[in-house]
Design a protein around this ligand. Structure first.
Ligand code: SF4
Ligand code: SF4
Ligand code: SF4
Length: 404
């Protein structure tokens, strides 16, 4: 049932051997396909074996799911948008989706906007403490770890350290904070991310609480997830035992440590902006926005931007065609349209050719709104969309100051 926890391991020796932990996620994907519970599974795979180029793959052959075993820390494909754009929102296909917390949250926001059909999805969530931008990660491995990036076969982000494993089995470790102070390490949005266990998915899988054993810690987060796990256990795709209180406590403690670290980054990233006067804030953001080349990349990547007929298109008469930088109304409208539901996925910032700190601005606005509406985007398909649910009475409450 929802809330159950397991320490689990794949029953398939080949999967277990290839996996970094218990091989449970790969075995669950295989079970989902072989039991015909789903038509396909969506996971991430290294393109042509290049671990710096992880791509989403839709798999229907159970024998090939093993190709997706293992973690790819230098991959952050846009899973929610991929389902909406390329898989017809899962309206005509049942799919098991491997997803990080921000992927699952993006999916939930698109479900709320009727762009994705949750009835056809099973979300297999992965604990996540961050992904590394691929080109800077290669540079970091070369310059800081003094290794050839193509020799790296595994990365681990654990307890404030980044550990890499090389082809010859040697390991090298560096302090993550030190790397991040130098501008390396995780994507900026990941540093601020304080939702690391995907409890909004159907099941949450990870290594916290496994105490170094080759196992996966599973938390069942929905009735759909419960049925899925129970059937996979009955069919002997995975072997499970109940975690003891020490394992549960250790997982909880690790999660709390990550949340604290993320909150520190949020403070650091937001503090200087909050301390500015209103004039200074405007001048700062206008300076940033003046670099925008109106490529529409941020709008096209954001899972919350779903309008088919976008008001920012030139033919809608709001933003003049052919004007670079665009009128400041362009980034302002986009920010306002998504700020109540931003899931901090960082996809906007990843694609921005001008390196605008878009996720920082929009998350900051989102946090202020979240305090007012008591809303955490992407956690519950039944939660209202705040700025679509303001009543006339609420509109008269004019003394709420939003800091940005
Ligand atoms: S935003 Fe959070 S969930 Fe998403 S990749 Fe970064 S750390 Fe992981
Ligand atoms: S605004 Fe950026 S960080 Fe927020 S949901 Fe959209 S793409 Fe993700
Ligand atoms: S991605 Fe960057 S440059 Fe392109 S429209 Fe968005 S803010 Fe402007």
């Amino acid at each position: 049932m929802k809330g159950d926890m397991y320490l689990a391991q794949s029953s398939d020796d080949a999967i277990l051997k290839k996996s970094e932990h218990g091989g449970v996620v790969t075995s669950l994907l295989k079970f989902a396909l072989e039991s015909k519970r789903v038509d396909a599974v969506l996971a991430i795979k290294a393109r042509n074996g290049n671990r710096y180029d992880g791509i989403p793959v839709l798999i229907t052959d159970p024998e090939t799911v093993i190709e997706t075993a293992g973690s790819l820390h230098c991959a952050s494909p846009n899973i929610a948008r991929f389902i909406k754009e390329y898989l017809n929102g899962a309206f005509d296909m049942k799919i098991a989706v491997v997803c990080k917390p921000c992927d699952a949250r993006g999916i939930i926001e698109l479900v709320k906007r009727t762009q994705i059909n949750m009835d056809n999805l099973t979300l297999i969530g992965l604990n996540c403490t961050g992904t590394l931008p691929s080109a800077p990660a290669k540079r970091m491995f070369h310059e800081e770890f003094e290794v050839n990036p193509s020799d790296v076969i595994r990365e681990d982000l654990e307890e404030g350290k980044l550990t890499i494993t090389l082809k010859d089995g040697t390991e090298k470790q560096k302090d993550l904070d030190e790397l991040e102070q130098k501008g390396y390490g995780r994507r900026e949005n990941c540093r601020r991310c304080d939702i690391n266990i995907p409890i909004m998915a159907d099941i949450a899988c990870g290594k916290w609480g496994t105490d170094g054993k080759k196992a996966t810690f599973i938390e069942v987060c929905s009735e759909k997830g419960s049925d899925f796990i129970e059937k996979a256990i009955e069919a002997e795709y995975i072997k499970v035992e109940k975690p003891d209180s020490r394992a549960i406590e250790s997982r909880k403690k690790r999660n709390e440590e990550e949340i604290l670290l993320a909150r520190k980054w949020q403070e650091k990233d937001f503090a200087s902006l909050r301390e500015m006067s209103t004039e200074e804030k405007f001048s700062y953001w206008l300076g940033e926005f003046s670099r925008c080349i109106k490529c529409y990349g941020c709008r096209n990547a954001c899972p919350i931007c779903y309008c088919k007929d976008c008001i920012l298109e030139a033919d809608r008469g709001i933003v003049a065609p052919g004007e670079i930088p665009p009128d400041v109304i362009f980034p302002m409208i986009r920010s306002v349209h998504v700020m109540d539901s931003c899931v901090n996925c960082g996809q906007c910032e990843d694609v921005c050719p001008m390196d605008l700190p878009l996720a920082r601005l929009i998350l900051m606005l989102n946090r202020e709104l979240g305090n007012i509406f008591k809303n955490e985007p992407g956690m519950d398909v039944n939660a209202p969309i705040p700025l679509k649910s303001v009543t006339d009475k609420e509109l008269t409450v004019a003394d709420v100051e939003i800091q940005f």
